[in-house]
Design a protein around this ligand. Structure first.
Ligand code: TYM
Length: 382
């Protein structure tokens, strides 16, 4: 997972440096999402999604196979998740928004795993109370995006371990220590909970098949940092009698400072969904951009949106209209707009988004239980 170049590191627990997505595809052995594949999705869904069009989702495993099966009426389930170690930030939301779009367009079920056990094992500063609290808080963020309980099942690892355990032991027996050492870089000081975790994260990929006794394709939308888990999961899948899970993988929403991804470990670089709109504005106004050293230079030479975090927010989240995006890009490259002015456009968008999201979070507070995977206990076939 670690790159030879010291400047880029992408693991499920740490992402830093300048990310070279082409190299990640090669390194991880995934496939690029081609224009043909996008066109196929657009045709089936009779829609287009900017996160696909603009290559936010850029890489996959077996997405073409998932579509083949879908067209043969062998419908897939969706699986994604969150490690509740803190408040949700803006970088987590696009994957979930896109997941909701897929759920609506393909009319399919979502399993959403809250790996509170993972965060408890890996971040020894967190107490069980902390990870439980963040499980709840993060669930509000997910539900605020408009999911409905009929086809959304939230798995709380600690609460619902009885649903996961039978499959987890089967996975765990097939994964050796040398595999997790090689894939995740674990060593003899890694606690045994962390060593076990890949078995738990594999389970939701097979859960539907196991519960209903019917081999069912599964696709996992997530950022590419989670891919090591799917390598292990795919490796055991067929030996356990299940399909290998497919995945559709996104890039990282950058932090507001230079380099790396948005991450809770750098609060000024990160807009949390619980930040006050005023605080979010302050963070946006301090963001890293692709601007020049002086106004004069910028007017003459233009700025560089390719390296600008503000532009990525427009591109992937806040400017769905291609015309608006093109317009701001041209003004930026042509030196017509300065970075301060450009941030003044993003800030109110971010503030309005947060106001609406926070109101939606309030509205779902009493509904969390409706989404619980505990409902599945009655359906398990043994
Ligand atoms: P976690 O909580 O680190 O991240 C949750 C999801 O958000 C993605 N992500 C990002 N995407 C874009 N930009 C960012 N800056 C950014 N930071 C995080 C992650 O890739 C992930 O998709 N072990 C997992 C929890 C999990 C999971 C899953 C995730 C369990 N099962 C299945 C995805 C799919 C974790 O700690 O995610």
């Amino acid at each position: 997972m670690a790159n030879n170049d010291e400047d880029m590191l992408v693991t499920p627990w740490e992402v830093r440096g300048k990310i070279d997505y082409d190299r990640l595809i090669k390194q991880f052995g995934t496939q690029r999402i081609t224009p043909d594949l996008k066109a196929r999705i657009n045709k089936i869904t009779k829609d287009r999604h900017i996160m696909l069009e603009r290559d936010y989702f850029f890489s996959h495993r077996d997405l073409d196979w998932i579509l083949d099966e879908y067209e043969k009426k062998n419908k897939f389930v969706l699986y994604t998740g969150r490690g509740p170690s803190g408040h949700t930030h803006i970088g987590h939301l696009p994957t979930w928004m896109f997941t909701k779009w897929m759920q609506d367009k393909f009319d399919t079920r979502l399993y959403f795993q809250m790996t509170n056990d993972e965060k408890y094992f890996f971040d020894t500063h967190l107490s069980l109370d902390d990870v439980r609290r963040f499980t709840y808080e993060n669930t509000l963020d997910l539900l605020a995006l408009g999911f409905e309980p009929e086809n959304t099942y939230i798995i709380d690892d600690i609460e619902h371990i009885d649903l996961l355990y039978e499959l987890a032991v089967q996975v765990a027996r097939k994964v050796t220590f040398s595999t997790v050492k090689a894939v995740f870089g674990f060593n003899s000081s890694t606690n045994i909970g962390s060593n076990w975790h890949p078995a738990i994260q594999a389970v939701p990929a097979f859960l539907h098949s196991w519960i209903y006794g019917k081999k069912t394709p599964c696709i996992i939308p997530c950022a590419i940092d989670q891919d090591p888990f799917w390598r292990v999961t795919r490796d055991v899948a067929e030996r356990l009698g299940y399909y290998k899970p497919a995945s559709i993988q996104n890039k990282f929403v950058p932090g507001l400072k230079e380099g790396g991804k948005m991450s809770a470990s750098d609060p000024m670089s990160t807009v949390f969904t619980t930040d006050s709109p005023k605080m979010a504005k302050k963070k946006v106004m301090a963001a890293f951009t692709g601007g020049r050293a002086t106004v004069k230079e910028q007017r003459e030479l233009g700025a560089n949106p390719d390296i600008c975090s503000v532009f990525k927010y427009y591109k992937y989240i806040f400017m769905p209209d291609d015309k608006d995006l093109k317009d701001i890009e041209q003004k930026c490259r042509g030196g017509e707009i300065l970075c301060g002015e450009c941030k003044q456009i993003l800030a109110p968008m971010m503030m309005e988004f947060l106001e609406n999201h926070q109101a939606a979070r309030e509205d779902v507070k009493d509904r969390v239980e409706e989404f619980s995977a505990a409902r599945l206990r009655d359906e398990v076939r043994r």
